[in-house]
Design a protein around this ligand. Structure first.
Ligand code: FES
Ligand code: FES
Length: 141
């Protein structure tokens, strides 16, 4: 019962008070946009990151999710997690970390996968716009 309650608390908290909902200018050079869908249910997530080109650090994050409560909670939690991270660190986030934090049941694992896909897609969009940044990151140790 305790585990069940904590699942509801964390998911419901993010669901009722989602952090960092919104969007940024897609065309801005320092913004990366990820738009992904979950084949399992058709839910869609848009995630945007603003990057400080001086150190490849994520300075701002916004999301919009058209999906279930777990998908909204996953993206909300993800935005808190990646703020301040380097692109490299953010690219290493696994959906299992998100699922664990939110205590998602197995049937809801794909909802957290949507969040992992979204951050990866946002990072790769940023790199497409800023090929130099990718070269630096890959060249680093
Ligand atoms: Fe997608 Fe839950 S099945 S909203
Ligand atoms: Fe499909 Fe949650 S994203 S049920």
């Amino acid at each position: 019962v305790a585990a069940r309650r904590s699942y509801h608390e964390k998911v419901l908290d993010h669901y009722n008070n989602p952090r960092n909902v919104g969007s940024m200018k897609k065309d801005a050079e320092d913004v990366g946009t990820g738009l992904v869908g979950a084949p399992a249910c058709g839910d869609v997530m848009k995630l945007q990151i603003k990057v400080d080109p001086a150190n490849d650090t994520i300075t701002d994050v916004k999301f919009k999710t058209f999906g279930c409560g777990s998908a909204i909670a996953s993206s909300s939690y993800l935005t808190e997690l990646v703020r301040g991270m380097t692109l490299e660190q953010a690219g290493r986030i696994r959906n299992t970390e998100i699922a664990k934090e939110l205590c998602l049941p197995p049937v809801k694992l794909h909802c957290s996968m949507l969040a992992e896909d979204a951050i990866k897609s946002a990072i790769s969009n940023y790199y497409t716009k800023n090929p130099k940044a990718r070269a630096t990151d890959l060249g680093g140790t």
